[in-house]
Design a protein around this ligand. Structure first.
Ligand code: ADP
Ligand code: MG
Length: 321
């Protein structure tokens, strides 16, 4: 099988709202009148970002999910994706299952897969997603204001626990192990939440590098500070230990890849956010406050004592001077 058969068979599913998709030199899309286009891209390199022996269907899901998550964090509705893929060889079973996992998540969110590029080389994926947001309504990182509540969706630290399991660094009961491996490999992009937060939240970010690091980005962009309450951080029943343990803190506060949304909103919206949480069946928890002091990064335990922890996250180039 050659490159073009491969693309036709595995990378060209039908589209639903695209003027011209794969097969030409470029796709043609028609944005909705009155909306802005949100565009984001993510690279996933084998061994850097995922294990090569990861089930291809799960890899496909995750590649799509991390991109849809960026749309959610902007309050945008994801609409179109483009997939660049570098493949070491043609393995039809791998391609069929990868493509299925990638496409299934897109179908669930009514996103069209409109094109891409395919070449031979060491396994890597580049996904670009385009979404739409009504003019002026995108949730920017820079829009947090002093006095806002800080909220987070879902639970924190499950993906880091899943990674720990993958690396053989922790023993969990089977049900908990399955839960956290799924959280690590099959993240659920919070698209409906992002859309619903338009007009309700000031600023938002998705949690790819850990709560402290990602919230730090948002605070820096908004030139504000924050006080977080350790006791308010939501964790799943699978998470062993307590806020007193170093491993718990590393996973819950600094662990990456949960792909939950962290957002800020005025206190007057608390009731509306609770209603939204119930409607989506997704926990939304208030974990702290935005403060006017741009240098403040405070984490408090239940007794009100400061917990010293780094608010910096992973930097791909820091290890390579
Ligand atoms: P060109 O040589 O003009 O760059 P290509 O031969 O790379 O065109 O691609 C041919 C068609 O196949 C294009 O429409 C492109 O969008 C589509 N395509 C290639 N790779 C992928 C992919 N991984 N996913 C979806 N469509 C793809
Ligand atoms: Mg090309």
């Amino acid at each position: 099988m050659g490159e073009f058969d491969l693309i036709r068979r595995y990378f060209s599913p039908p589209t639903r709202h695209t003027r011209l998709a794969g097969g030409d030199d470029a796709a043609l899309i028609v944005p909705t009148h009155g909306s802005e286009l949100a565009v984001s891209t993510d690279l996933l390199v084998a061994e850097q970002h995922f294990f090569v022996d990861m089930a291809p269907e799960r890899l496909g899901h995750k590649a799509a999910a991390v991109n849809l998550s960026d749309m959610a964090a902007m309050g945008a509705t994801p609409r179109w994706v483009v997939l660049g893929v570098v493949l070491p060889r043609i393995d039809e079973l791998w391609l069929a299952t990868f493509s299925h996992g990638f496409h299934q998540l897109l179908v669930r969110h009514d996103v069209d897969w409109v094109g891409g590029d395919t070449t031979a080389g060491p396994l890597a994926l580049a996904v670009t997603v385009m979404g739409e947001v009504p003019q002026g309504q995108a949730l920017r990182r820079s829009a947090a204001r002093a006095g806002d509540d800080i909220w987070v969706s879902g639970t924190l630290g499950d993906a880091a626990l899943g990674l720990d399991c993958r690396l053989g660094r922790c023993a969990l009961p089977d049900a908990a192990r399955t839960l956290v491996l799924d959280r690590f490999e099959l993240p659920e992009p919070r698209v409906e939440l992002g859309e619903a937060l338009r007009g309700l939240a000031h600023a938002a970010i998705d949690l790819s590098d850990g709560l402290l690091a990602d919230l730090n980005h948002l605070l820096c962009a908004s030139q504000v500070g924050a006080i977080l309450e350790l006791a308010s951080l939501p964790v799943s029943i699978a998470q062993p230990g307590t806020g007193q343990d170093d491993d718990w803190r590393r996973r819950v506060l600094q662990g990456g890849e949960d792909y939950e949304l962290c957002f800020t909103a005025e206190p007057r919206h608390r009731a509306a956010i609770s209603v939204l949480s119930a409607r989506l069946g997704l926990p939304l928890n208030r974990i702290g406050k935005v403060t006017p002091d741009a240098a403040q990064r405070e984490l408090r335990d239940a007794q009100g004592r400061a917990v010293p922890l780094a608010w910096q996250g992973f930097d791909h180039f820091r290890a390579y001077p």
